[in-house]
Write a protein that binds this ligand. Structure first.
Ligand code: PEP
Ligand code: MN
Length: 349
Protein backbone atom coordinates (compact mmCIF):
# COMPACT_ATOMS: atom_id res chain seq x y z
CA UNK A 1 0.00 0.00 0.00
CA UNK A 2 1.00 3.63 -0.23
CA UNK A 3 0.42 6.29 2.34
CA UNK A 4 -0.03 9.66 0.68
CA UNK A 5 0.95 12.46 3.04
CA UNK A 6 -0.75 15.84 2.91
CA UNK A 7 1.13 18.53 0.96
CA UNK A 8 3.50 20.23 3.37
CA UNK A 9 3.33 17.38 5.93
CA UNK A 10 5.99 17.91 8.57
CA UNK A 11 9.03 15.70 9.13
CA UNK A 12 7.73 14.59 12.52
CA UNK A 13 4.41 13.51 10.97
CA UNK A 14 6.19 11.54 8.25
CA UNK A 15 8.43 9.88 10.82
CA UNK A 16 5.37 9.10 12.93
CA UNK A 17 3.78 7.21 10.05
CA UNK A 18 7.03 5.40 9.29
CA UNK A 19 7.46 4.25 12.86
CA UNK A 20 3.83 3.08 13.03
CA UNK A 21 4.42 1.09 9.83
CA UNK A 22 7.51 -0.46 11.41
CA UNK A 23 5.45 -1.51 14.45
CA UNK A 24 2.88 -3.05 12.11
CA UNK A 25 5.59 -5.16 10.44
CA UNK A 26 6.01 -3.18 7.21
CA UNK A 27 9.14 -1.67 5.68
CA UNK A 28 8.49 1.97 4.87
CA UNK A 29 10.15 3.55 1.80
CA UNK A 30 9.89 7.30 1.60
CA UNK A 31 9.40 8.72 -1.90
CA UNK A 32 9.43 12.46 -2.60
CA UNK A 33 6.61 13.06 -5.05
CA UNK A 34 5.66 16.34 -6.70
CA UNK A 35 4.84 18.61 -3.78
CA UNK A 36 4.26 15.81 -1.28
CA UNK A 37 5.76 12.75 0.31
CA UNK A 38 4.44 9.29 -0.41
CA UNK A 39 5.42 6.33 1.75
CA UNK A 40 5.50 2.92 0.11
CA UNK A 41 4.85 0.20 2.69
CA UNK A 42 5.86 -3.32 1.81
CA UNK A 43 6.06 -6.50 3.80
CA UNK A 44 4.83 -10.03 4.05
CA UNK A 45 1.84 -9.00 6.13
CA UNK A 46 -1.50 -8.93 4.40
CA UNK A 47 -2.99 -5.45 4.44
CA UNK A 48 -6.45 -5.19 5.96
CA UNK A 49 -8.38 -2.04 5.15
CA UNK A 50 -9.04 0.29 6.89
CA UNK A 51 -5.55 0.14 8.33
CA UNK A 52 -5.95 2.75 11.05
CA UNK A 53 -3.18 4.75 9.38
CA UNK A 54 -5.79 7.04 7.83
CA UNK A 55 -6.29 8.86 11.12
CA UNK A 56 -2.63 9.63 11.77
CA UNK A 57 -1.66 13.27 11.66
CA UNK A 58 -0.46 14.48 8.25
CA UNK A 59 -1.93 11.50 6.33
CA UNK A 60 -4.15 12.32 3.37
CA UNK A 61 -5.07 8.83 2.22
CA UNK A 62 -4.00 5.19 2.18
CA UNK A 63 -4.13 3.44 -1.18
CA UNK A 64 -3.71 -0.28 -1.95
CA UNK A 65 -1.31 -1.23 -4.77
CA UNK A 66 -2.85 -3.72 -7.14
CA UNK A 67 0.33 -4.73 -9.06
CA UNK A 68 2.39 -7.62 -7.63
CA UNK A 69 5.48 -5.40 -7.73
CA UNK A 70 5.06 -2.44 -5.42
CA UNK A 71 7.98 0.02 -5.18
CA UNK A 72 8.70 -0.37 -8.88
CA UNK A 73 5.13 0.42 -9.82
CA UNK A 74 3.79 3.67 -11.27
CA UNK A 75 1.04 3.37 -8.69
CA UNK A 76 3.62 4.24 -6.03
CA UNK A 77 5.40 6.91 -8.05
CA UNK A 78 3.56 8.57 -10.91
CA UNK A 79 6.51 10.56 -12.19
CA UNK A 80 9.32 8.93 -14.16
CA UNK A 81 12.47 8.32 -12.16
CA UNK A 82 15.79 9.70 -13.22
CA UNK A 83 18.83 7.67 -12.20
CA UNK A 84 21.76 9.93 -11.36
CA UNK A 85 25.24 8.70 -12.11
CA UNK A 86 27.36 11.65 -11.01
CA UNK A 87 26.24 14.48 -13.25
CA UNK A 88 24.76 12.06 -15.80
CA UNK A 89 20.98 11.65 -15.78
CA UNK A 90 19.40 8.47 -17.10
CA UNK A 91 15.69 8.83 -17.77
CA UNK A 92 15.76 12.54 -18.62
CA UNK A 93 15.26 14.09 -22.05
CA UNK A 94 18.69 13.03 -23.31
CA UNK A 95 19.09 9.47 -24.57
CA UNK A 96 22.07 8.04 -22.70
CA UNK A 97 24.49 5.99 -24.76
CA UNK A 98 26.57 3.23 -23.20
CA UNK A 99 29.11 1.58 -25.47
CA UNK A 100 32.22 -0.54 -25.44
CA UNK A 101 33.47 -4.07 -25.90
CA UNK A 102 31.66 -7.15 -24.73
CA UNK A 103 34.66 -8.05 -22.58
CA UNK A 104 37.71 -6.23 -21.31
CA UNK A 105 40.49 -8.12 -23.12
CA UNK A 106 43.62 -6.07 -22.38
CA UNK A 107 44.49 -2.49 -21.57
CA UNK A 108 45.36 -1.46 -25.10
CA UNK A 109 42.07 -2.82 -26.47
CA UNK A 110 39.98 -1.17 -23.76
CA UNK A 111 41.65 2.24 -23.89
CA UNK A 112 41.53 2.37 -27.70
CA UNK A 113 37.81 1.62 -27.72
CA UNK A 114 37.11 3.89 -24.74
CA UNK A 115 38.67 6.90 -26.47
CA UNK A 116 36.82 6.16 -29.69
CA UNK A 117 33.36 5.70 -28.19
CA UNK A 118 33.92 8.84 -26.11
CA UNK A 119 34.88 10.78 -29.24
CA UNK A 120 31.75 9.51 -31.00
CA UNK A 121 29.50 10.68 -28.16
CA UNK A 122 29.03 7.86 -25.62
CA UNK A 123 28.65 8.82 -21.97
CA UNK A 124 29.20 5.41 -20.40
CA UNK A 125 31.82 2.75 -21.19
CA UNK A 126 30.68 -0.86 -21.01
CA UNK A 127 32.96 -3.89 -20.73
CA UNK A 128 32.74 -7.15 -18.84
CA UNK A 129 35.48 -8.13 -16.40
CA UNK A 130 33.41 -11.08 -15.18
CA UNK A 131 31.77 -12.78 -18.15
CA UNK A 132 28.76 -15.11 -17.99
CA UNK A 133 29.66 -17.53 -20.79
CA UNK A 134 27.53 -20.42 -21.99
CA UNK A 135 30.64 -22.59 -22.21
CA UNK A 136 33.12 -23.02 -19.36
CA UNK A 137 35.85 -23.20 -22.02
CA UNK A 138 35.14 -19.71 -23.40
CA UNK A 139 37.01 -16.62 -22.20
CA UNK A 140 35.68 -15.86 -18.71
CA UNK A 141 37.03 -12.33 -18.30
CA UNK A 142 40.04 -10.71 -16.63
CA UNK A 143 38.23 -10.25 -13.29
CA UNK A 144 40.06 -7.84 -10.94
CA UNK A 145 42.65 -6.93 -13.61
CA UNK A 146 39.77 -6.05 -15.93
CA UNK A 147 38.17 -3.84 -13.27
CA UNK A 148 41.47 -1.99 -12.86
CA UNK A 149 41.63 -1.39 -16.61
CA UNK A 150 38.09 0.01 -16.53
CA UNK A 151 39.18 2.34 -13.76
CA UNK A 152 42.09 3.53 -15.87
CA UNK A 153 39.75 4.09 -18.84
CA UNK A 154 37.45 6.16 -16.62
CA UNK A 155 40.37 8.29 -15.46
CA UNK A 156 41.61 8.85 -19.01
CA UNK A 157 38.27 9.55 -20.67
CA UNK A 158 35.88 10.72 -17.94
CA UNK A 159 33.38 8.09 -19.11
CA UNK A 160 31.21 6.41 -16.48
CA UNK A 161 31.67 2.64 -16.18
CA UNK A 162 29.03 -0.09 -16.40
CA UNK A 163 30.23 -3.62 -15.75
CA UNK A 164 28.64 -6.91 -14.79
CA UNK A 165 28.71 -8.76 -11.49
CA UNK A 166 28.10 -12.50 -11.48
CA UNK A 167 27.74 -13.43 -7.84
CA UNK A 168 26.86 -11.90 -4.47
CA UNK A 169 30.38 -12.33 -3.03
CA UNK A 170 31.84 -10.03 -5.70
CA UNK A 171 29.29 -7.21 -5.38
CA UNK A 172 31.41 -5.07 -3.09
CA UNK A 173 34.46 -5.46 -5.29
CA UNK A 174 32.58 -4.58 -8.47
CA UNK A 175 30.84 -1.68 -6.69
CA UNK A 176 34.28 -0.23 -5.86
CA UNK A 177 35.08 0.08 -9.57
CA UNK A 178 31.73 0.49 -11.34
CA UNK A 179 29.52 3.56 -11.62
CA UNK A 180 26.67 1.27 -12.66
CA UNK A 181 26.55 -2.42 -11.76
CA UNK A 182 25.11 -4.67 -14.45
CA UNK A 183 23.03 -7.73 -13.63
CA UNK A 184 22.99 -9.85 -16.77
CA UNK A 185 20.08 -11.65 -18.39
CA UNK A 186 21.16 -15.03 -17.02
CA UNK A 187 21.14 -13.67 -13.48
CA UNK A 188 17.90 -11.72 -13.60
CA UNK A 189 16.27 -14.09 -11.13
CA UNK A 190 19.32 -14.67 -8.96
CA UNK A 191 17.55 -13.27 -5.93
CA UNK A 192 20.50 -13.25 -3.53
CA UNK A 193 22.51 -11.35 -6.16
CA UNK A 194 19.67 -8.85 -6.63
CA UNK A 195 19.51 -8.24 -2.88
CA UNK A 196 23.27 -7.78 -2.65
CA UNK A 197 23.52 -5.33 -5.57
CA UNK A 198 20.63 -3.46 -3.98
CA UNK A 199 22.61 -3.16 -0.76
CA UNK A 200 25.60 -1.59 -2.51
CA UNK A 201 23.46 1.53 -3.05
CA UNK A 202 25.00 1.91 -6.52
CA UNK A 203 22.95 2.39 -9.70
CA UNK A 204 22.03 -1.01 -11.17
CA UNK A 205 21.40 -1.92 -14.80
CA UNK A 206 19.02 -4.88 -14.75
CA UNK A 207 18.80 -6.85 -17.97
CA UNK A 208 15.64 -8.74 -18.81
CA UNK A 209 16.06 -12.51 -18.58
CA UNK A 210 16.13 -14.51 -21.81
CA UNK A 211 12.77 -16.08 -21.00
CA UNK A 212 11.34 -13.61 -18.51
CA UNK A 213 7.96 -11.96 -18.77
CA UNK A 214 7.76 -8.22 -18.20
CA UNK A 215 6.14 -8.93 -14.84
CA UNK A 216 9.00 -11.23 -13.77
CA UNK A 217 11.48 -8.56 -14.85
CA UNK A 218 9.73 -5.92 -12.76
CA UNK A 219 9.54 -8.33 -9.81
CA UNK A 220 13.32 -8.77 -10.11
CA UNK A 221 13.73 -4.99 -9.98
CA UNK A 222 11.50 -4.98 -6.89
CA UNK A 223 14.16 -7.00 -5.02
CA UNK A 224 16.64 -4.15 -5.58
CA UNK A 225 14.22 -1.38 -4.62
CA UNK A 226 13.20 -3.36 -1.53
CA UNK A 227 16.79 -2.81 -0.33
CA UNK A 228 16.01 0.91 -0.56
CA UNK A 229 18.01 1.29 -3.74
CA UNK A 230 15.78 3.09 -6.25
CA UNK A 231 18.64 3.62 -8.72
CA UNK A 232 17.58 0.92 -11.17
CA UNK A 233 17.72 1.06 -14.97
CA UNK A 234 15.84 -1.66 -16.86
CA UNK A 235 17.42 -3.03 -20.04
CA UNK A 236 15.45 -4.86 -22.73
CA UNK A 237 17.99 -7.17 -24.39
CA UNK A 238 15.79 -9.53 -26.36
CA UNK A 239 14.00 -12.71 -25.42
CA UNK A 240 14.09 -16.21 -26.79
CA UNK A 241 11.38 -16.93 -29.36
CA UNK A 242 10.89 -19.54 -32.11
CA UNK A 243 12.85 -17.28 -34.45
CA UNK A 244 16.34 -18.59 -35.09
CA UNK A 245 17.61 -16.10 -37.65
CA UNK A 246 18.46 -13.65 -34.86
CA UNK A 247 20.15 -14.48 -31.56
CA UNK A 248 17.12 -13.25 -29.59
CA UNK A 249 14.08 -11.17 -30.46
CA UNK A 250 14.16 -7.57 -29.29
CA UNK A 251 10.79 -7.09 -27.64
CA UNK A 252 10.06 -3.52 -28.65
CA UNK A 253 6.65 -3.59 -26.98
CA UNK A 254 8.30 -4.28 -23.62
CA UNK A 255 9.90 -0.82 -23.71
CA UNK A 256 6.74 1.33 -23.58
CA UNK A 257 5.03 -1.34 -21.47
CA UNK A 258 7.73 -1.34 -18.78
CA UNK A 259 7.63 2.45 -18.79
CA UNK A 260 3.87 2.44 -18.40
CA UNK A 261 3.86 -0.09 -15.55
CA UNK A 262 6.92 1.27 -13.78
CA UNK A 263 8.58 4.64 -13.12
CA UNK A 264 12.08 3.29 -13.86
CA UNK A 265 14.10 4.28 -16.93
CA UNK A 266 14.30 1.66 -19.69
CA UNK A 267 17.16 1.24 -22.14
CA UNK A 268 17.66 -1.20 -25.01
CA UNK A 269 20.49 -3.49 -26.11
CA UNK A 270 20.24 -4.06 -29.87
CA UNK A 271 23.43 -6.16 -30.04
CA UNK A 272 22.70 -9.07 -27.69
CA UNK A 273 19.15 -9.17 -28.98
CA UNK A 274 20.00 -9.46 -32.66
CA UNK A 275 23.43 -11.04 -32.50
CA UNK A 276 24.55 -9.06 -35.53
CA UNK A 277 25.95 -5.54 -35.93
CA UNK A 278 23.86 -5.21 -39.09
CA UNK A 279 20.65 -4.88 -37.11
CA UNK A 280 22.06 -2.66 -34.36
CA UNK A 281 21.21 0.66 -36.05
CA UNK A 282 17.62 -0.11 -37.11
CA UNK A 283 16.87 -1.71 -33.73
CA UNK A 284 18.35 1.28 -31.91
CA UNK A 285 16.16 3.59 -33.97
CA UNK A 286 13.11 1.48 -33.20
CA UNK A 287 13.91 1.36 -29.48
CA UNK A 288 14.31 5.14 -29.27
CA UNK A 289 11.11 5.60 -31.27
CA UNK A 290 9.38 3.36 -28.72
CA UNK A 291 10.55 5.53 -25.83
CA UNK A 292 13.86 3.98 -24.72
CA UNK A 293 15.87 6.24 -22.41
CA UNK A 294 19.21 4.89 -23.55
CA UNK A 295 21.14 2.35 -25.59
CA UNK A 296 23.75 -0.26 -24.71
CA UNK A 297 25.92 -0.99 -27.73
CA UNK A 298 28.87 -3.30 -28.26
CA UNK A 299 31.77 -1.61 -30.03
CA UNK A 300 35.14 -3.16 -30.90
CA UNK A 301 37.97 -1.64 -32.95
CA UNK A 302 38.74 -5.08 -34.41
CA UNK A 303 35.49 -7.09 -34.28
CA UNK A 304 37.03 -10.04 -36.13
CA UNK A 305 39.59 -10.43 -33.33
CA UNK A 306 37.18 -9.92 -30.40
CA UNK A 307 37.34 -12.65 -27.74
CA UNK A 308 33.61 -12.37 -27.25
CA UNK A 309 30.63 -11.28 -29.37
CA UNK A 310 32.62 -9.96 -32.35
CA UNK A 311 29.82 -10.54 -34.91
CA UNK A 312 27.47 -8.20 -33.03
CA UNK A 313 30.08 -5.52 -32.32
CA UNK A 314 30.17 -2.32 -34.31
CA UNK A 315 33.39 -0.63 -35.34
CA UNK A 316 33.75 2.85 -33.84
CA UNK A 317 32.95 4.32 -37.26
CA UNK A 318 29.72 2.35 -37.56
CA UNK A 319 28.85 3.28 -34.01
CA UNK A 320 29.32 6.95 -34.83
CA UNK A 321 27.00 6.59 -37.81
CA UNK A 322 24.43 4.77 -35.68
CA UNK A 323 24.32 7.69 -33.24
CA UNK A 324 23.66 10.11 -36.08
CA UNK A 325 20.77 8.03 -37.36
CA UNK A 326 19.26 7.67 -33.87
CA UNK A 327 19.53 11.38 -33.13
CA UNK A 328 17.11 12.19 -35.96
CA UNK A 329 14.48 9.96 -34.35
CA UNK A 330 15.17 11.39 -30.88
CA UNK A 331 14.75 14.95 -32.12
CA UNK A 332 11.42 14.09 -33.73
CA UNK A 333 10.27 13.03 -30.25
CA UNK A 334 11.59 16.11 -28.48
CA UNK A 335 14.58 14.26 -27.08
CA UNK A 336 18.27 14.38 -27.90
CA UNK A 337 21.33 12.21 -28.36
CA UNK A 338 24.74 13.66 -27.70
CA UNK A 339 26.83 13.41 -30.86
CA UNK A 340 30.59 13.83 -30.73
CA UNK A 341 32.98 13.68 -33.65
CA UNK A 342 31.91 12.03 -36.87
CA UNK A 343 34.19 8.97 -36.98
CA UNK A 344 32.57 7.60 -40.09
CA UNK A 345 35.33 6.90 -42.58
CA UNK A 346 32.95 6.36 -45.47
CA UNK A 347 30.70 3.46 -46.42
CA UNK A 348 27.24 2.74 -45.07
CA UNK A 349 25.97 0.59 -42.24
C1 PEP B 1 26.56 -8.40 -21.76
O1 PEP B 1 25.97 -7.31 -21.78
O2 PEP B 1 27.78 -8.50 -21.88
C2 PEP B 1 25.79 -9.64 -21.62
C3 PEP B 1 26.35 -10.78 -21.26
O3 PEP B 1 24.50 -9.49 -21.90
P1 PEP B 1 23.21 -10.41 -21.57
O4 PEP B 1 23.25 -10.63 -20.09
O5 PEP B 1 22.08 -9.53 -22.02
O6 PEP B 1 23.33 -11.65 -22.37
MN1 MN C 1 28.40 -9.43 -25.22
Amino acid sequence: MIIVMQPGAEKVQIEGVESKLGEMGFSPHRIQGVGRVVIGAVGERKVVFPTGLEVLSGVEKVVPISAPYKLVSREVKGTSSVVNVGELEIGGSQIVVMAGPCAVENEEQLLTIAHQVKAAGAQVLRGGAFKPRSSPYSFQGLELEGLKMLDRARLETGLKIVTEVLNPQECELVADYADIIQVGARNMQNFSLLREVGRTGKPVLLKRGLAATVEEWLMAAEYILAEDNFQVILCERGIRTFETSTRSTLDISAIPLAKELSHLPVIADPCHSSGTWRLAAPLSQAAVAAGADGLLIEVHHKPSEALCDGPQSLTPEKFSRLLNSVSLIAEALGRSVYIGEDLEAGGGL
